[in-house]
Design a protein around this ligand. Structure first.
Ligand code: ZN
Length: 123
């Protein structure tokens, strides 16, 4: 796995396009999120609805997205303790991150998504 530093551009934003690890769904364009180091415990990835989220994983490397409209595609779950878990909009696998209802900011775990170089031309 590549170092976090290689994922960031010079201003600390995501240099790569962020995709779902399970399907071709695009989650974020490059530059849409800022890297933050914040400790948050996410339930382990589940397939669709089956099974209980009994396993949890502490993660500290996240892409922070100021506005939920900055996502290309994202699925949002019901609210649990002021938090909505975020999953892929297409295959519904997740959580890949969480949305803080009180600050309206969203966080995507670097370890739960796929990073790919943006295709040739920049806009
Ligand atoms: Zn997906």
């Amino acid at each position: 796995m590549a170092l976090v530093e290689e994922r960031k551009d010079s201003s600390g934003r995501n240099a790569d396009v962020v995709y779902c690890t399970f399907c071709p769904s695009k989650i974020l364009n490059s530059g849409a999120a800022a890297f933050v180091n914040i400790e948050f415990v996410l339930p382990e990835i589940m397939c669709k609805k089956g099974g209980e989220a009994d396993k949890r994983e502490p993660i500290s490397d996240y892409w922070m997205v100021e506005d939920i409209n900055c996502f290309e595609n994202i699925g949002v779950s019901h609210t649990v303790d002021n938090v909505k878990y975020l999953a892929c909009a297409d295959c519904e696998r997740g959580p890949v991150g969480w949305h803080d209802v009180s600050t309206c900011k969203s966080y995507i775990a670097l370890s739960r998504v796929k990073h790919e170089k943006p295709s040739s031309q920049k806009k």
